[in-house]
Design a protein around this ligand. Structure first.
Ligand code: GLU
Length: 484
């Protein structure tokens, strides 16, 4: 049987790092098995809907190379279109389908109308909490006959539809990651399936949709594990084949708490906007709860597809470690072909810089970059000018070295004579001064660096001079000469 997975986010804003991992695992598992990966939008909670979030979600997934076979996609005009034969892929567009199966459950006595008011449910809940009981519905409307209930509905009474549970029955299922899970129906609530606003709840819609979309492997966050028994009951009631379930461990922050938008950076788009490369992000995220058998840290999407298996996913929560992500990202930056790196970094560069110069800058600083937007600080460092009036003790001391006037003068002459101001040629100039004037070590490099940038440390000095160019470097050296 062909593997069919799905990622089913709710459009409440942006793609969460944990969501990216779920989507990635769904994608990898489907591709590894030559199957199909669907994207479905779970928008039954109209109150939580955020304008533009579907486009956002699709964009982030697309950028990361997690391409769905079916479901919503964006066309050239950036409009959402739907592709595939088991749509619509927005739950809000499937209300007819849900209604049909709710009617069936009602007819068969597997679901019932409930007319309890919000106030009653609230006071019931309060009472149960006060008595240290798990809050759940007490079944007051359970035995209202369907005919009576339908009359009340026809009279305009407000209602919801609830799942009717078998009494004292163990619901047992096998989770690919967690093993056997068993729960008694006494510990399950008679879940609302249809809300008063006419929309189904997630619990009902998810079962119907997974079934009709042919999903046979449900991969999702472990927060849904406790809901799965309700889903199992629905599968059985409706006579549907059950999919395989895999509940992924939570993504934790460094305090071992679940990653949350209040305390942590969690939006994939923010990481992309900072200049984390999509392939590096995917590579790192794949390792949150899974690892390659050979212990590889750097893996392309193709390699991940080749090696990924759900049964190798850990049970324990996975800590999102920004240092490790930075390491992975900087690895990709260092290894990247220079033309490609130039193309990727350009959108981040604020200073007006031509391609030739930008390439020289990248060669000089790419080792230091953890993410692409850092390019701006690094460029600023290169172009920074000495503020002679504001020098500290260390800088002043360097400016007082006796050999400085010879050094600066010589440097000006050699640079002015230089036809091709490359890093290598500038380096040769400095070396030749070392030889001819016998100036070495601290007395050689430090004063030039101070004259050029006004600081004690930075990227390779010859490289910086080559980027600034002959005229600018000479001007700065002459300026320094005036100070001594
Ligand atoms: N809409 C749910 C969520 O946003 C999906 C849960 C599931 O995959 O079944 O987490």
């Amino acid at each position: 049987m062909k593997t069919v997975t799905r990622f089913a986010p709710s459009p409440t804003g942006y793609l969460h790092i944990g969501g990216l991992r779920t989507a990635l695992y769904c994608y990898l598992y489907a591709r590894h098995n030559g199957g199909k990966y669907i994207l479905r939008i779970e928008d039954t909670d109209q109150n939580r809907y955020v304008e533009g979030s579907v486009e956002n979600l699709i964009n982030s997934l697309l950028t990361c190379g997690i391409i769905n076979d079916e479901g919503p996609k964006l066309n050239e005009k950036n409009e959402v279109i739907q592709v595939g034969e088991s749509g619509p892929y927005f739950q809000s567009q499937r209300l007819e389908i849900y209604k049909k199966y709710l009617d069936k459950l009602l007819e068969e006595g597997k679901a019932y109308y409930c007319f309890c008011s919000k106030e009653r449910l609230e006071s019931l809940r309060k009472e149960q909490m006060e008595n240290n009981l798990t809050p759940k519905y007490d079944g007051k409307c359970r035995d209202i006959s369907l005919t009576d209930a339908r009359k009340r509905v026809a009279n305009g009474e407000e209602y919801v539809i609830r799942l009717k549970l078998p009494e004292d029955k163990d619901i047992i299922f096998e989770d690919v990651i967690r093993g056997e899970v068993s729960i008694n129906t006494a510990d399950i609530d008679e879940q609302v399936l249809l809300k008063a606003d006419g929309f189904p709840t997630y619990h009902f819609a998810v079962v119907i949709d997974d079934h009709f979309m042919g999903v046979n492997c449900v991969i999702r966050g472990e927060e849904w594990l406790v809901s799965t028994p309700k889903h199992i009951i629905l599968y059985d009631y409706l006579g549907f084949d059950k999919p395989k379930f895999a509940h992924l461990p939570s993504v934790l922050n460094k305090n071992k708490k679940k990653l949350s938008k209040r305390h942590d950076s969690v939006a994939v788009e923010d990481f992309l906007q900072k200049g984390y490369l999509p392939e590096a992000l995917v590579n790192y995220i794949a390792m949150l709860g899974w690892s390659s058998k050979e212990g590889k840290d750097i893996m392309s999407m193709e390699e991940l597809i080749e090696e990924f298996d759900l049964k190798d996913v850990n049970k324990a929560g996975a800590v999102f470690d920004i240092e490790k992500l930075n390491w992975v990202n900087s690895h990709y930056i260092k290894e990247m072909d220079s033309e490609e790196l130039l193309k990727r970094v350009k959108p981040f560069v604020k200073r007006d810089t031509d391609d030739e110069t930008l390439k020289m800058i990248l060669d000089l600083v790419k080792e230091k970059m953890e993410y692409l937007s850092q390019i701006n600080e690094l460029i600023d460092e290169i172009y920074m000018e000495a503020q002679f009036d504001n020098f500290g003790e260390e800088e002043k001391e360097v400016m007082e070295i006796e050999t400085n006037s010879v050094l600066f003068e010589k440097m000006v002459t050699l640079l002015s004579e230089l036809e091709d101001v490359t890093q290598e040629n500038v380096f040769k100039c400095i070396k030749s001064i070392q030889k001819s004037e016998k100036i070495k070590g601290k007395a050689l490099y430090m004063p030039i660096r101070i004259a050029i940038n006004g600081v004690m440390h930075g990227s390779d000095l010859a490289g910086i001079i080559a980027i600034l160019g002959k005229d600018e470097a000479v001007r700065r050296l002459k300026e320094a000469m005036k100070q001594i």
